[in-house]
Design a protein. Structure first.
Length: 514
C-alpha cells in the first residue's frame, strides 16, 4: 500500500468516526444529564486536596438531585449560571462582535486584501495571504468566507493554480487563528475570560508563576505577536517547498461565470480605504485621549495602582473596529445612514445564535460541576494520576503531552470554543496541581497551539465543507481527503515550530503577555 493510499484510508476512518460524534451543544446536554446522575450516586463522598501552604482542604460532593439542589439549578439557570457566568463573559463576547460586525460588513477586509494583492510581487503573494489570514482572526470567521476565495481569485488572475493561493490563505486563516499583531482579539477574549473562570472556580490563582496578575485579553500578546511572524514565514516556506511544487502541474479550470477583474479595487473601495485611514487616526486619537484622561492609571485607597485603560482594552479595541468600519462604509457608499451601521451590527449578531445556545448548556453544566464539587473531584483524580506517573518533575513533558492530547481530540471534536469549554475546566486546575509552573496562561497557550495547528486537517472544522466547495470551483473532482493531504505539511510544520516557540518562552522565562 502506498503512503498516499494509507493516508487517504486514515483520513476516511477519521472522517467516518467524527461523523458519529454529536454536536457540542448535544454533548453538553448529555453532560448535564450525566452530571446529575453521577452526583446522585456520589453525593456525600469526601476527599482532600492539598493547599499551596501544605495544608489540606476537605471537599464534599453534593447530590444535585436533592430537593434543595434542584431548586438551586432552576433558581440560577438563566441569570447566574448563564448570563452572569464568569462576571458576564457572554456580554463581553457579544459587545466585541458588534464592533467586528461593523468592520466586516462594511467590506473593509475585502478591500484591504484586494489592495495589497495588486501591489505585491509574485514571490510575496503566499506570505501576504498567510499573514492576512492570521490577521483576519480579528474579524472572527470572516477570513474563511472572504480571504480564501479571494486567494484563489488572485492566483487565477495571475495564471497560477488557484488552489495554491487558497491553501496558503486557508493555512493562515485556520492554522494561524491563534496568532495576531493586535491585542484583545475576539478569540483572546473568549479563551482568556473563560480561563480565568476555570482557574478561580477551583482555587487556582489567575497569575503568572511569579504571582503577577493576568489580564485575560492580553495574557498571550507577546506570544501571539511572535507567533504571527513565525507562522507567516514558515507558511510561506511550506507553500514554496511543498504545496506549490505539488499543485503547479495539477489541472484546474476557471468557472465560466467568474470575472477575474473582480479582484481589482473599484472606485468606491478606493474612497473607502482613504476614509478608513482617517477613521483609524480618529479612533487612535480617541483611545489615546481616554488612556491619558478618564482611563489613566491611578492609585486607589489601598495604595494599589489601577490601570483602567488596560482593564477596558476590549471595549477600546471594539471602539477602533467600529469607527474604522464606519468611516470605510460611508466612504465606500456601503453605509448611507445610521441604520445601515446598525444593520451591520445586527447581521454579525445574527451569527451568534449558536453561541447563545452553546453557552446556555455549557455554562450551566460548568456551574453544576463547580457547585456540586464534581469538577474538583475530576481534577483531583487527574492530578493524582499524573503525579503517580512522576510528570510533576517535567513541566515541558506536560506541555507537549497536553498539546498532543488536544491535537488528537481536535480531529474528532470541532469548534475551538466548545472544546475549550470541555478541556479548560479540567486541565487548567489539574495541570496546576501537578506543577504550579503550569499556570492558566501557559495551559491556555498550549491549547491554542494544538487546536489551531490541526484545524486544517480535521473533518469537523466548521468551515471544512465550505472550503472544499470553494476549491471545487476550480477542480470539481477534488475530494475531502485531497484537501486534507494538501494541508498536512502546514499542520505538521506549524505544530512542531509553534510548540518549540512556546517551550522557548517557558524555558527562558519570557512573559507570554501583559
Amino acid at each position: 500500500m502506498s503512503q498516499q493510499t494509507a493516508a487517504k484510508s486514515t483520513i476516511s476512518f477519521v472522517e467516518k468516526l467524527s461523523k458519529k460524534i454529536p454536536d457540542p451543544v448535544v454533548i453538553f446536554i448529555y453532560l448535564l444529564g450525566i452530571g446529575l446522575i453521577v452526583t446522585a450516586f456520589m453525593g456525600g463522598l469526601t476527599f482532600n486536596t492539598q493547599n499551596a501552604d501544605g495544608g489540606l482542604t476537605t471537599h464534599v460532593i453534593k447530590d444535585m438531585t436533592a430537593t434543595e439542589n434542584v431548586r438551586w439549578i432552576f433558581d440560577n439557570a438563566i441569570l447566574q449560571n448563564w448570563l452572569a457566568f464568569g462576571s458576564g463573559i457572554l456580554g463581553v463576547i457579544l459587545v466585541v462582535m458588534i464592533g467586528v460586525g461593523v468592520a466586516e460588513n462594511s467590506g473593509l477586509l475585502t478591500a484591504l486584501v484586494k489592495k495589497l494583492g495588486t501591489k505585491l510581487p509574485d514571490n510575496f503573494l503566499a506570505p501576504m495571504l498567510i499573514f492576512l489570514g492570521i490577521m483576519s482572526s480579528i474579524a472572527t470567521d470572516a477570513g474563511y468566507l472572504i480571504l480564501i476565495p479571494l486567494g484563489g481569485l488572485l492566483y487565477a488572475g495571475l495564471g497560477k493554480n488557484p488552489l495554491i493561493g487558497m491553501a496558503a490563505a486557508f493555512a493562515g486563516v485556520s492554522a494561524g487563528f491563534s496568532a495576531n499583531l493586535i491585542p484583545a482579539t475576539p478569540i483572546d477574549v473568549i479563551l482568556g475570560l473563560n480561563a480565568k473562570v476555570f482557574a478561580e472556580s477551583q482555587g487556582v490563582p489567575f497569575t503568572t508563576a511569579d504571582g503577577t496578575p493576568l489580564n485575560p485579553a492580553t495574557m498571550h500578546y507577546y506570544f501571539i505577536f511572535a507567533s504571527t511572524f513565525l507562522l507567516a514565514g514558515l507558511g510561506a516556506w511550506v507553500t514554496a517547498k511543498f504545496v506549490a511544487p505539488r499543485l503547479e502541474n495539477v489541472e484546474y479550470q476557471i468557472p465560466s461565470d467568474m470575472n477575474l477583474s473582480d479582484f481589482e479595487v473599484n472606485a468606491d473601495e478606493q474612497r473607502g480605504l482613504k476614509a478608513s485611514f482617517w477613521g483609524l487616526l480618529v479612533s487612535l486619537g480617541l483611545v489615546a485621549f481616554l488612556a491619558l484622561g478618564p482611563l489613566a492609571p491611578y492609585t486607589d485607597e489601598t495604595g494599589k495602582t489601577v490601570t483602567p485603560y488596560l482593564n477596558n482594552v476590549i471595549l477600546l479595541i471594539t471602539l477602533i473596529f467600529t469607527i474604522v468600519g464606519i468611516f470605510f462604509g460611508y466612504g465606500a457608499k456601503k453605509f448611507n445612514n445610521i441604520m445601515d451601521v446598525v444593520q451591520a451590527m445586527v447581521t454579525q449578531m445574527n451569527t451568534m445564535g449558536y453561541v447563545l445556545v452553546l453557552t446556555f448548556f455549557c455554562y450551566n453544566f460548568l456551574a453544576l460541576l463547580g457547585y456540586s464539587g464534581l469538577g474538583t473531584y475530576i481534577t483531583y483524580l487527574g492530578a493524582t494520576f499524573l503525579q503517580w506517573l512522576g510528570l510533576q518533575q517535567f513541566p515541558i513533558l506536560l506541555i507537549i503531552g497536553f498539546i498532543i492530547t488536544t491535537a488528537l481530540i481536535n480531529l474528532f471534536v470541532g469548534g475551538m470554543t466548545s472544546k475549550w469549554m470541555l478541556l479548560g475546566p479540567i486541565f487548567i486546575p489539574m495541570l496546576y496541581q501537578v506543577n504550579p509552573q503550569m499556570t492558566p496562561d501557559l495551559v491556555t497557550a498550549a491549547y491554542r497551539v494544538a487546536d489551531s495547528s490541526t484545524n486544517i486537517i480535521t473533518p469537523l472544522m466548521t468551515y471544512a465543507g465550505v472550503i472544499l466547495a470553494f476549491m471545487r470551483k476550480y477542480k470539481p473532482d477534488l475530494t475531502f481527503g485531497d484537501m486534507i493531504l494538501m494541508m498536512v505539511p502546514y499542520s505538521i510544520a506549524f505544530m512542531i515550530a509553534w510548540t518549540a516557540l512556546l517551550i522557548g518562552f517557558f524555558t527562558f522565562g519570557i512573559p507570554l503577555g501583559f
